[in-house]
Design a protein around this ligand. Structure first.
Ligand code: ATP
Length: 513
């Protein structure tokens, strides 16, 4: 199966098993808006819990808040979003489809990178153990040609974006012979700017309503509460404020399922520091955040840093943590050194003094900020895409399994009586009632045991516990492990500790220290 086909199967699987539905589906859906179903919302909640506890419990100096989505409209003037939160868009005149000009160029670069990867694979096969990849990359003429093209296009794009030179952006698309993926033509319009914020009105029109915006990021809710939290929490620099919440962007091109949505959720943390220490903290937060990801065991090779060519108006250093999605390496999280831009702007626009008195040096200053910002939905997609496998079993059957990292799995244990009679359901329900205080558990007595195992594999349940006739006399049950399908006979009273070793969020969090 190609990655494209696999992705389609995954999207269908998410719907079939109650993870993710298109929003307003009975009305034919709403573009790039999705609802989380009964299992998707559990998965999402576990991801949020992992992040929240890693931030607020494992750091004495990070606290969490929950600010409102509606905020004073001046905030978006101060933050620069009203004037600068734009994407360059371009339309194909034949297909009438709209694209982000920079994304079209990045996809083109991605294709050249794929070509290099393929050259390496081919040579690897040809030369076997004697293959020297480093030397090959330095000398192979095809690789060198692709690399030179990548660098050239990259540089031109970075310059055009920095200078807001839309004529040049369009020219790059033409020079690279980039065609519309739908119509296959190069019949492009000019490149235009498009503001991504949604607006609405506060109050009734007759009262003279104010235009307000749905926040495009949660960060500003943190900045405008900096003084409140610092004072009431008696926080000393360095300290952080974390927040999880919805954000809204009128994305031009909303494709790739929950990767790019118009309503999504962010987990953001602003870390306030002394000016001059930002590059040290930036480095530390890069390491810290990568560790949070790799502790989940989804393969270190699936993450990479991508430093920004075009720094946002507020940043003096920025990187993305990219994840290897089925459609290539793409941004999962952003880490930005935002200087004192936001706090200074809010000081200017609100007229309130926003500073920190440093008791050690006796000076007052505006703190600098390192931000870590990750999309919950992109994290859900990373977990689902990485976990989804179609396996060929020895007996010729296939099984679909979601090998979701156990602490994030929506359901942790399924308790299954082998038969629907002979007192087995009663014992199974007793076990269920004991486990439910610690875990999300499911009970299932319908169909053959094999079918029930498959249903649990398909939703990523790490353990199935089967009660059979012997259980009535020996007090033991069969516990089956999702990934290995290995079965063990264990005492009912040992279940808790066996399950806990794998699904415990505490154990996962301990890996971060
Ligand atoms: P992109 O370049 O992909 O548009 P961005 O650089 O604009 O993303 P940020 O403003 O840095 O993204 O937002 C922080 C995080 O929020 C991103 O790393 C991503 O995980 C998430 N995010 C941003 N936009 C969306 C969206 N439209 N849908 C889902 N998640 C999003």
């Amino acid at each position: 199966m190609t990655q494209d086909e696999l992705f389609k199967v995954l999207v269908a699987h998410c719907k079939e098993y109650g993870f993710i539905f298109p929003s307003s589906e009975i009305y034919d859906g709403l573009g790039a808006v999705y609802d989380y179903g009964q299992l998707g919302s559990e998965l999402k909640m576990n991801i949020k819990r992992y992040w929240w506890e890693a931030m607020t419990r494992l750091h004495d100096n990070i606290v969490g808040i929950d600010s409102a989505i509606f905020m004073h409209p001046k905030i978006w003037e101060a933050s620069g979003h009203l004037s600068a939160f734009n994407d360059p868009l371009i339309d194909n005149k034949d297909s009438k489809k709209r694209y982000r000009a920079d994304v079209l160029i990045e996809d083109y670069i991605g294709k050249l990178e794929d070509k290099i990867r393929k050259e390496v694979e081919k040579a690897h096969k040809k030369f076997g153990d004697a293959f020297d990849e480093e030397k090959f990359l330095e000398t192979n003429p095809n690789v060198l040609r692709h690399r030179q093209k990548i660098n050239e296009v990259h540089e031109r794009m970075a310059k055009a974006l920095n200078e807001n030179d839309f004529t040049e952006l369009r020219q790059i698309i033409l020079d690279c012979d980039i065609v519309c993926p739908i119509s296959g033509t190069k019949n492009w319009t000019e490149v235009r700017q498009f503001n991504l914020m949604f607006s609405t009105q506060l109050g009734s029109v007759s009262e003279g309503a104010n235009v307000i915006y749905l926040r495009p990021e949660t960060a500003q809710g943190i900045f405008v509460n900096y003084l409140n939290v610092q004072k009431t929490g008696r926080m000393k620099l360095p300290f952080g404020i974390a927040q999880i919440g919805k954000a809204f962007r009128n994305e031009i091109v909303a494709r790739q399922f929950i990767f790019r949505m118009r309503e999504f959720e962010q987990m953001e943390m602003q870390f306030f520091i002394k000016p001059g220490t930002e590059l040290d903290w930036f480095k530390q937060w890069k390491e810290n955040r990568l560790k949070w990801h790799t502790a989940l065991g989804m393969g270190e090779e699936n993450y990479r840093f991508h430093d920004h060519d075009k720094l946002a108006h507020y940043a003096n250093a920025a990187t993305d943590i990219e994840f290897h999605y089925p459609f290539g390496f793409k941004e999962l999280e952003g880490i930005h050194s935002r200087t004192d831009f936001d706090l200074s702007q809010h000081q200017k626009f609100s007229g309130k003094k926003i500073q920190y008195f440093d008791p050690e040096s006796g000076e007052s200053y505006t703190p600098y900020v390192i931000e870590t910002s990750i999309g919950v939905d992109r994290m859900v997609l990373a977990v689902l895409a990485h976990s989804f496998h179609e396996e060929q079993l020895e007996n010729g059957e296939t099984r679909i399994v979601l090998s979701i990292p156990a602490p994030l799995a929506p359901v942790k244990v399924a308790v299954l009586p082998l038969l629907k009679k002979d007192g087995l359901p009663e014992v199974a329900k007793k076990i269920l009632h004991e486990l439910r205080f610690d875990y999300n558990v499911q009970y299932d007595e319908k169909d053959s045991i094999g079918k029930r195992y498959r249903r649990q594999d398909a939703i990523g349940t790490p353990f199935c516990v089967t009660v059979d006739h012997d259980t009535l006399t020996d007090g033991c049950v069969t516990i089956r492990h999702r990934d290995t399908m290995e079965q063990q006979r264990v005492k009912i009273e040992d279940l808790h500790s066996i399950i806990d070793k794998e699904v415990s969020m505490t154990e996962l969090l301990k890996k971060l220290l």
